[in-house]
Design a protein around this ligand. Structure first.
Ligand code: SF4
Length: 410
């Protein structure tokens, strides 16, 4: 069985390592291929009986489409599955491309059922409660071939990645997690997370990125985990994603993050316009962002804000205001350049389509980009977005805060 990842933001894919462990435990012969770092030989394709594509995000799904075509051209008897957050979101398209089994992000048990010859009625449950086991990272490229952490002093850290929770208990309108998890999340036991970290430290990791959509969805779990992590690996550092609302609600945990080696927290601020934040149902206001940034600064915790700078509601004045707020908070050097050009993605089944404002500006679903394309009513805003994306692609040194050298991009 082939497990294939096309893109996972520069991380060694957890989404291959976890099913690989389940499948091997069930006696399957598994080959993991991470196409972001290695090639897939025609001989490997020819000899496989089953292939499953891991589709955790938009870009991964787009990149998978031509690869699915290549697999089918080389091995017409191959049965193909897709799993991960973006598989159910793009089920119709995937089936048109010859994918016969479409599973969600909690797919390990169903992948085992499929691979061991029980493909009836899959997925059995869209969000099963799995008994997680330690991922098997044996068949993946070495960690030093993935994105590394650039430190302000010029040194680099080898980065591992894992997940302490999956899904999210919130329902922000623009978030691709919502149509699938619908306000639910799953907790990976501390012992399993620690075992995965241990395996990656043995591979040379000195920093761990927690890929959870929100590390503080389960604050007690997070606290237990980082205390245990720091007790076992006192020099290991880590980063996590935490929403503004949770930074405020669980402010007492910020010093603990710093004490246990958290180098930075990424937070999806999205906008500083309260009307836009309300439309996105983001759960915070401009004032909340400013308060959270101040709390982080006072705790000595580096905050890396991310934005959806371009929406149909963006104005030129509003864009300037965003830059001014970020500058006034002393966070400009914390922001990855690509964040200044990010455009709202309207994906299949997106809750954004509930809004007249969005329905009025989107065109028909585009099978190439896997989005509903939209144009801004003011062409100057679209021109600015293109300019900012072009500027973001010009390499420039960033030295003040640690950052991953493959920026987050969905
Ligand atoms: S908090 Fe983050 S992960 Fe959760 S629904 Fe909102 S945008 Fe998505």
């Amino acid at each position: 069985m082939l497990l294939i990842s096309t893109y996972d933001v520069g991380r060694q894919p957890f989404g291959l390592a976890s099913p690989a462990a389940w499948l091997k435990r069930a006696g399957c012969e598994v080959t993991c291929v991470d196409l972001s770092r290695e090639k897939l030989d025609a001989a490997v394709i020819s000899s496989a009986q089953l292939a499953a594509f891991y589709l955790p995000m938009h870009t991964a799904t787009r990149l998978a489409m031509p690869v699915i075509g290549r697999l089918r051209a080389i091995n017409s008897s191959l049965t193909i599955a897709a799993y991960g957050l973006y598989a159910p979101l793009n089920e119709t398209l995937l089936r048109e491309h010859g994918v016969s089994v479409v599973l969600g992000p909690e797919a390990e048990e169903d992948l085992v059922a499929w691979a061991t010859g029980h493909p009836e009625g899959l997925p059995r449950h869209s969000l099963p409660r799995l008994a997680f086991i330690r991922p098997d990272r044996g068949g993946l490229p070495a960690l030093d071939r993935y994105a590394s952490l650039q430190m302000p002093d010029g040194s680099r850290k080898v980065v591992g990645a894992t997940e302490a929770t999956r899904g999210c208990k919130h329902r922000c309108r623009h978030c691709p997690i919502v149509p699938v998890y619908d306000g639910q999340f799953r907790v990976v036991p501390v012992a399993v997370v620690l075992a995965d970290v241990r395996a990656q430290v043995a591979q040379g990791a000195t920093h761990i990125t927690f890929g959870d959509p929100d590390f503080f969805n389960g604050p007690t779990h997070a606290r237990k985990l980082i205390e245990a992590l720091h007790a076992e690996f006192p020099t290991l550092t880590y980063d996590a994603i935490i929403k503004v609302e949770h930074l405020l609600q669980h402010r007492e945990l910020l010093p603990l993050l710093v004490r246990t080696g958290c180098l930075f927290v990424t937070s999806a601020v999205e906008s500083v316009d309260d009307e836009v934040l309300a439309k996105l149902e983001k759960g915070h206001t401009r004032a909340d962002f400013i308060a959270a940034a101040t709390l982080c600064r006072d705790a000595g915790l580096t905050l890396i804000p991310t934005f959806v700078a371009f929406t149909p509601w963006t104005t030129l004045d509003g864009y300037r205001d965003l830059q001014e707020v970020v500058e006034a908070l002393g966070l400009t050097s914390h922001v990855s350049p690509i964040q200044w050009g990010i455009r709202l993605l309207v994906t299949w089944q997106s809750r954004l389509l509930e809004l007249d404002d969005i329905r009025n500006v989107v065109g028909p679903f585009d099978q190439k980009t896997l989005t509903f394309p939209w144009r801004h009513p003011d062409p100057r805003v679209d021109a600015l977005q293109q300019q900012m994306m072009a500027l973001a692609s010009v390499p420039r040194p960033r030295t003040e805060v640690p950052y991953l050298d493959e920026p987050w991009y969905c």
